[in-house]
Write a protein that binds this ligand. Structure first.
Ligand code: MIG
Length: 754
């Protein structure tokens, strides 16, 4: 297979907002999406349509460029793209001329057969973060990766690929930042200087275009904001899905489901969600219920509702081949399944046995799929868990000739899971009317945040996985996925009681807090670990519920700006070398104010790196100076969590589920500090889309040490807060007495002096 280099520019023209550049081998198209976002699409043969699963915005209609004998320069208010003509190379600079990222001078873009690769210069001090759910360390320098959505049973912290594809990374060098999103759903590759000398990194795919979006904003947070502008942001999740979720493969009957739910209430351990894994179905047939074990789904749902529980049910893509089964008959009759090239339906084995697979790339198929959810929504289900959508079949090897519409498997496999989640979201949203569905998916592609939460698949009940799982959550946050969970306790294996306790403490600070376990494992519910440990887990879950006002406001931030709830320290402390140290790389900010340190179950003290500034231990208010490594106690009863000085955390009293009113008080906690700080508090009804029509309650909370004041701005939005009064709780202030620490929750501005 010969290597075909891109060659020299032979001509160019601009029309309809596209700068088209021709070489002997290929045609490159340049588009501008915003002053900080430029797209390059290089192809030997451009398709007629320009489609993307991920991108939801259009390029600008027009832009200027300058031409000289050697270059074409495009300059925006933030960026300069210098296009070298001989040979064709794309080099990005800040608008003040600092180099951000450049093609490798020698090689640039090259094809080998259908495979297309772009080789790029690597800077001496360059670090790389991103790619979402990927093995290895926070800094991906020296590693290489493949994107090919895979049912990664028994994965380890070294396994690649895993379930999802997020071909987006951020490069950090010379105190500068840039991002690059390679929007191509073929099997793709990233090499961050793994197998080359000190001069090159590269990325490419088995087919399709060299199609990437370059982000030149300065600051990791700004790049995430731009990336999620381009690929979309999550919408507000249902509040109940932020409560504690209890899952298992499987609760085998309605009685068992109800019993588990009852036990939570009897033991007064807060919880909102319980799951049905595959055994609720009749012979694993999607959109059916097992008539023996779940004879009256509606009755079960009503009882769950009475107890303040929501149910989420699993839904796999594989449709059982069985005459008389509605989804099979309809799918065959209408030609809704993936096929072999001659049109015969592709057959693969999964749980139900021989199955066909819906072609979720087609709108009519997605609509058909979405409408079938009435089998679950009629009895009252509001949570929809999409599994096995890599897609997984036994032995994992779907033939490459299998077709989805006019595309073959290798072209679109990486987007299948996302399109299933999209069908699920669109369909259930339509059925549920003004109620928010909760969708959870295992496989995903860039942009999935618009439809669904995700979890990291079949992890293992080990300390190593606890740490690795946190790294995955933090990394997924960089790629627009804020609503992320791991199986608390580890899916396979049996965690020790100590590990279970530790993992629940971390679950408190995980965007989606779900306990789940493989079939055949020991039971995992909070009361399975002995009285002493049950009490610790209960406290952790109570803490989760107390923090829901803060967490919900954090999700509002994700919905507005794309900023994830769990943030690698590389977002706020990008240029601090310590945070990439493998000893500290799993630490993260949870929202604006909290720094959380994952600690394994066998360590009862921890070395923690606290970035610059002052930090309070959450809970004890002990103060630490940052900019150093500190050794702190980490007993099983107290995961090391720190509040940044000036931190603002709105909390509520303990409730048993998110429907409960509680004591009606919003507790606004503020930790003293030298710098002013502010926080956007957001609330709405937690269940409907009324917030899109102004049905929310939003106000700024600010802390001003110079004026000795904590204040609340006037209320924005038409929703009436569920809290009747507000209580201020000040931490780290010497002998300070609030003049008026409990106030009625009025809508006007409130200022409290201290
Ligand atoms: O072949 O539905 O990752 O969470 O419990 C295994 C059974 C299929 C894999 C999921 C896991 C789920 C399990 N599923």
């Amino acid at each position: 297979m010969k290597a075909e280099i891109i060659g020299n520019v032979q001509g160019f023209k601009q029309h309809d907002g596209i700068l088209t550049i021709k070489t002997a081998e290929a045609e490159a198209r340049v588009y501008i999406y915003s002053p900080t976002i430029i797209r390059i699409n290089i192809s030997k043969q451009h398709r007629e349509t320009d489609e993307s699963f991920a991108v939801i915005h259009q390029p600008l209609a027009d832009f200027d460029f300058d031409e000289s004998s050697a270059y074409i320069d495009i300059i925006t208010s933030a960026l300069k793209l210098r296009i070298h003509k001989s040979p064709l190379r794309f080099n990005f600079f800040t608008n003040t001329g600092k180099p951000l990222s450049a093609d490798d001078e020698r090689y640039g873009t090259i094809w080998q057969g259908e495979r297309v690769i772009t080789y790029r210069k690597i800077y001496e001090d360059e670090k790389f973060i991103g790619l979402g759910e990927k093995a290895g360390d926070l800094n991906r320098r020296g590693s290489s990766y493949t994107n090919w959505n895979t049912d990664a049973v028994d994965y380890t912290p070294k396994t690649d690929p895993l379930y999802k594809t997020f071909p987006f990374f951020i490069g950090l060098h010379s105190g500068l930042t840039y991002g690059l999103f390679f929007d191509n759903t073929h099997k793709s590759y990233f090499d961050f200087g793994a197998s080359t000398d000190e001069q090159m990194s590269w990325f490419g795919a088995d087919g399709g275009d060299m199609n990437y979006y370059f982000f030149g904003a300065q600051g990791v947070a700004q790049i995430i904001e731009d990336y999620t502008w381009l690929t979309g942001r999550m919408e507000m999740p249902p509040l109940w899905s932020l409560g504690y979720q209890q899952c298992r493969w499987s609760y085998m009957s309605a009685d068992e489901v109800l019993n588990i739910a009852k036990t939570f209430r009897v033991k007064q351990i807060p919880a909102d969600v319980i799951y049905c894994d595959i055994d609720y179905m009749d012979g694993f047939k999607i959109f059916t219920w097992n008539k023996k074990t779940f004879p009256k789904p509606k009755k079960m749902m009503d009882e769950l509702k009475q107890m303040g529980f929501k149910l989420a049910t699993i839904v796999d893509p594989g449709i059982k081949i069985e005459e008389g089964y509605t989804q099979y008959n309809e799918g065959v009759a209408k030609g809704y399944f993936a096929t072999y090239p001659d049109g015969e339906n592709y057959t693969g084995y999964v749980w139900p046995g021989r199955c066909h697979f819906p072609d979720f790339f087609r709108e009519d198929v997605r609509e058909w799929w979405g409408a079938a959810f009435t089998a679950l929504t009629d009895p009252g289900v509001e949570g929809f868990w999409n599994d096995m959508n890599e897609p997984a079949v036994w032995n994992q090897n779907i033939p490459w000739m299998v077709k989805f519409g006019d595309k073959y498997l290798p072209e679109v496999r990486n987007a299948y899971g996302m399109e299933m989640a999209r069908a699920t979201y669109d369909g259930t949203r339509k059925i549920l009317g003004n109620k928010r569905p909760f969708v959870l998916t295992r496989a995903a592609y860039a942009g999935t945040q618009r439809y669904s939460a995700i979890w990291t698949g079949d992890n293992n009940g080990t300390d190593e996985h606890l740490l690795f799982g946190q790294r995955l959550v933090n990394s997924l946050g960089i790629t627009g996925m804020s609503f992320v969970g791991v199986d608390i306790g580890g899916f396979s294996g049996n965690p020790t009681p100590e590990l279970m306790v530790r993992w629940n403490s971390l679950g408190t600070y995980t965007p989606m807090f779900r306990n789940h376990a493989i079939q055949g494992s020991k039971m995992r519910e909070p009361w399975e670990w002995g009285e002493a440990y049950e009490q610790i887990i209960k406290k952790d879950i109570e803490q989760r519920y107390k923090m829901l006002p803060y967490i919900y406001s954090g999700f509002y931030q994700s919905a507005q700006t794309g900023m994830p709830l769990s943030r690698t320290l590389a977002i706020d402390y990008t240029n601090n070398e310590h945070i990439f140290d493998t000893r500290f790389q799993n630490q993260f900010m949870f929202g604006d104010a909290l720094l959380v340190v994952p600690v394994i179950s066998t360590e009862l003290t921890a070395d923690v790196y606290l970035p610059e500034g002052s930090w309070y231990r959450f809970g004890s208010d002990q103060i630490y100076e940052g900019g150093q490594i500190v050794n702190v106690p980490s007993p099983l009863t107290d995961l090391p969590v720190f509040v940044k000085a000036g931190g603002i955390i709105p909390m509520q009293g303990i409730v048993q589920n998110t429907n409960e009113a509680g004591d009606g008080v919003l507790y606004i906690h503020v930790w003293n500090g030298g710098e002013p700080n502010s926080f956007v508090y957001y609330e709405d009804d937690g269940t409907s889309y009324d917030y899109e029509q102004g049905g929310y309650y939003k106000r700024g909370i600010s802390f001003d040490p110079a004026r000795k004041m904590v204040s609340l701005s006037a209320v924005e939005g038409g929703f009436k807060s569920r809290f009747a009064s507000i209580k201020f709780v000040l931490h780290g202030f010497e002998k300070v007495q609030l003049k008026d620490d409990v106030v009625e929750n009025l809508t006007e501005e409130i200022a409290i002096e201290f």
